[in-house]
Ligand binder design. Sequence first.
Ligand code: URA
Length: 230
Amino acid sequence: MIRLDKALSSMGIGSRNDVKNMLRDNRVKVNGEIIRNPATKIAEDADITIDDMPFVYEKFTYLMMNKPKGVISATEGYEPTVIDLVDMPVKGLFPCGRLDKDTTGLLLLTNDGQLAHRLLSPKHHVDKEYEVVVAKAVTEEDIAKIKAGIHDGEDQFMPAEYKKLTETSGRIILHEGKFHEIKRIFLALGNEVVSLKRIRMKNLVLDESLAEGMYRSLTEEEIKELQDLL
Ligand code: URA
């Protein structure tokens, strides 16, 4: 059970005060009955309408974003953040993991701390796949080193997979997520990353119909798969 005003305001309908006004104006029905008291406890699967339009309460929000360049993977800062791109005022939304400011592609935004914690935990070795373009040709020797696990003088990186697309581009799959990992792997090989785009995280594949800067809710199936796979 959850308080009606909390359920509505957590879904971005407005502040608790806005919700109070909506209730006072007889705009909200729960299971067909007008409710005016914001403290009314309702079941999480109650049938809610606002102005007779169905309203689906969901405990958590899960958004897939195609992150553009130039925004940081944080909730606040001096620079524009991925959260600034979301025009649904969902409470407590944060990026699950980090992409560099100049990296594009798949970023999960959620307010489900438990799922994020499990996805980011080093214990789980969640696969992350990227398309990478580098300055110089990647040799077979480079690929063998990536597969064996590179040491960049500071950190030992876990073995990763690399699939060549062209001489200077490929797909790399990491099983961990160290700071600037791909850039550091290529620097250790005497190369340099020119562009980087994440295309997959575990089962979650970037929806290519999302333009950079756009996002959509995960489907029930995507959420379930993410939860089941951990
Ligand atoms: N590795 C990087 O170097 N940058 C990213 O944004 C992600 C992985």
